[in-house]
Write a protein that binds this ligand. Structure first.
Ligand code: DDH
Length: 300
């Protein structure tokens, strides 16, 4: 017999989960000292498989727990994010993975100095691989503006939203062992800001071929005074990031977000909330309409 689903968690229960996420963000031995950036990427990749035409993919299901999605080379490295959150799932078993992954990203964004992102719960977890979308739906960083439109229009985003979402590259870094690319976009990669857009515009980005054959763009600040033996700090941009400069419709938004941090925060918070809802069907009261082969979800 299928047990009745539990009733929706109270605000106090959700606050406990958020507090637990806050408590794990500080990770002195990991990357730049924070789990925040990779938690944001986990939520984005969980949702970014969405296809509006077929209404498949999206943030429901937490399909990355299965090899078919978790083992996709596009998701390399995200096992660290899932491992960071596993103790919280153990402590609060009533929350689904799909809800935990998306909620954790909103907590991380806020804690890193970013905007409040509206989040609603009720996602369910797949109980098998039948609903996992095909691989290849996430963006390829080696490509340009046409590819960005192809990928993000499929999810239902417009040009302004594509640029706002790309501002998440204020956070974190590339790791050669994950994507083949290397380095961070901004000097303070655990602080949410509009610095990514400013740097895109002001720096003279030079193409650099990596040993693995991939090309990225780099900038070295020659003005910075260095201690003896200190290497100059190189910042990077992916080819997809640079395409936001070369495409006039994207560039307008890069310029606006570079000069107006509040506007960027406002647009980012809306578009990230929209991203987290991709693939989620809710009834008029906001309750998720669940699919077969999933578990979790709440009684109204
Ligand atoms: Fe991204 N991203 N991303 N990204 N992303 C990488 C890292 C991070 C692309 C490629 C890469 C978004 C859009 C794009 C974050 C958030 C978001 C890496 C490096 C690559 C490559 C991974 C690694 O080596 O570990 C491309 C291409 C796009 C695009 O086409 C627009 C979006 C929309 C978001 C979002 O969150 C809204 C974050 C955060 C990271 C840093 C992760 C980390 O471990 O640090």
């Amino acid at each position: 017999m299928v047990p009745n689903p539990p009733s929706a968690p109270s605000d106090a229960q959700l606050d406990q989960v958020k507090e637990a996420v806050r408590a794990l963000l500080h990770q002195p031995d990991y990357d730049d000292g924070s789990a925040g950036p990779i938690l944001v990427r986990l939520a984005w990749h969980s949702a970014g498989t969405y296809c509006a035409t077929t209404n498949t993919g999206g943030s429901n299901g937490a399909g990355m727990r299965y090899e078919q999605e978790g083992g996709d080379p596009a998701n390399a490295g995200l096992q660290h994010a899932r491992a960071f959150l596993e103790p919280i799932k153990k402590r609060f078993p009533w929350i689904t993975y799909a809800d935990l992954w998306t909620l954790a990203a909103t907590v991380a964004i806020k804690e890193m100095g970013g905007p409040e992102v509206t989040w609603s719960g009720g996602r369910t977890d797949f109980t098998d691989e039948s609903k996992i979308p095909p691989r290849g739906r996430l963006p390829d960083a080696a490509q340009g503006a046409d590819h960005l439109r192809f990928i993000f229009y499929r999810m239902g985003f417009n040009d302004q939203e594509i640029v706002a979402l790309s501002g998440a590259h204020n956070l974190g870094r590339c790791h050669s062992e994950n994507s083949g690319f290397e380095g961070k976009w901004v000097n303070q990669p655990t602080r949410f800001s509009n610095q990514y857009f400013k740097l895109l515009l002001v720096n003279d980005w030079k193409k650099k071929k990596l040993d693995n054959g991939l090309e990225q763009f780099v900038y070295v600040d020659e003005e910075v005074e260095l201690e003896d033996n200190e290497e100059p700090e190189e910042l990077m941009m992916l080819p997809t990031d640079i395409s936001l400069l070369s495409d006039p419709k994207f560039k307008i938004w890069v310029e606006r977000y570079a000069e107006d941090k509040d506007l960027f925060f406002d647009h980012f918070s809306r578009v990230f909330a929209k991203l987290l809802e991709l693939g989620i069907r809710r009834d008029a009261s906001g309750k998720v309409v669940n699919d077969e082969n999933t578990e979790g979800g709440y009684r109204s």
